[in-house]
Design a protein around this ligand. Structure first.
Ligand code: AMP
Ligand code: ZN
Ligand code: ZN
Length: 326
């Protein structure tokens, strides 16, 4: 019986990438993704200056794949990798995420791994309790707390950039959403690299910029890395991003390579456009970036707990980093 063969070794192909007209066996598929990420890192100069990256690992497929891929490129690209995981206090889901991250780190013998618990910073509360107390959605509070704590950790380890697991589909879905509903300042956020602010915020790098969501899932399965299969229990039903992803996949089906083309066009559209960040000041409590002199995290926590918890977060994270070195 006829079976499709891997372009590189002639073994039976398990993957067919239509946009690249490429059939690959499992092993060559993993190599293909690794070299695609290497090209992305070079093309968009994701790790130009120093090469220390804080890799934000959630335990889901994308950031676990990111960790695995970067670990494979570590010596070739002379990278220094610090893994960072935030336990958000979302019940059993967060426990599973933490377990997956710890398993992955031990599988790769990757060190250091810094694990921060939302409950140790927000006196006893997880993200849902905090969200309830501030009267905002869990997702928006979660996003704000994650961004803040990642930034604190990255500053504390003097990382050159924070690497996140956003894939092509995430980026395009978000881009389309902001094109329709958001202000221009938001559509500028998810490029392969977002610059930091001197002494205040760390650059963001998105090495999976040109890796499709289906490709990260396949990589996670074929490489047999531990990851949490379920979606976050707080994820909204039928979000705009999800609708956009469906549309983009139908477009891709009809015209393979469309998502990649759109992702690249997006970069050329926003390159050279004015940054709309405006003036940024150091938070008077914790020193992290803010618009008004008090950062979002310190403002939020002052309101709920009667004191800004930024300085406590900074101390806890610094202590964990010191501990990880001993
Ligand atoms: P999300 O905002 O949940 O779509 O996640 C975007 C990226 O943020 C992921 O790909 C990870 O790199 C990072 N991230 C999300 N959740 C966590 C977490 N709990 N701990 C560390 N990094 C995270
Ligand atoms: Zn092969
Ligand atoms: Zn602050």
């Amino acid at each position: 019986m006829y079976s499709v063969r891997c372009k590189y070794c002639g073994k039976r192909a398990v993957v067919s990438l239509r946009y690249a007209m490429l059939n690959l066996c499992g092993e060559h598929y993993l190599n293909y993704i690794i070299s695609k990420v290497e090209k992305t890192i070079k093309r968009y100069r994701l790790v130009e200056r120093s090469k220390r990256l804080l890799v934000a690992v959630s335990g889901g497929k994308d950031s676990s794949v990111l960790t695995h891929v970067l670990w494979s490129l570590k010596s070739k690209l002379d990278l220094e990798i610090v893994l960072f995981h935030l336990h958000l206090g979302l019940g059993e889901y967060s426990n599973k995420q933490e377990r997956a991250v710890r398993e992955l780190a031990s599988l790769l013998a990757a060190r250091p791994l810094i694990v921060v618990y939302a409950r140790e910073i927000l006196p006893g509360d997880g993200i849902p309790e905090l969200a309830l107390k501030v009267g905002r959605s869990t997702c928006s509070v979660c996003g704000a707390v994650k961004r803040y704590l990642m930034n604190v950790a990255a500053m504390a380890v003097r990382a050159d950039a924070i690497a996140t697991g956003h894939n092509t589909d995430d980026i395009l879905a978000y881009f389309l959403k902001n094109l329709v509903f958001g202000g221009e300042e938001y559509s500028l956020k998810l490029t392969p690299r977002t610059e930091g602010l001197d002494g205040l915020a760390i650059a963001r790098a998105r090495p999976l910029y040109e890796v499709y969501e289906r490709e990260t899932l396949l990589y996670a399965i074929l490489s047999k890395i531990p990851f949490v299969h379920e979606e976050c229990p707080f994820r909204p039903e039928r979000s705009i991003e999800e609708v956009n992803k469906d549309y983009l996949n139908r477009l891709e089906e009809r015209a393979p390579g469309s998502k990649l083309r759109l992702a690249r066009r997006f970069v050329s559209m926003v390159t050279g456009s004015e940054s709309t960040i405006g003036e940024v000041l150091a938070c008077r409590y914790c020193g992290m970036p803010s618009r008004s002199g008090v950062c979002t995290f310190c403002r939020l926590t002052s309101r709920v707990y009667g004191e800004p918890l930024g300085p406590k977060a900074v101390d806890i994270i610094k202590a964990k980093i010191l501990e990880s070195k001993t």
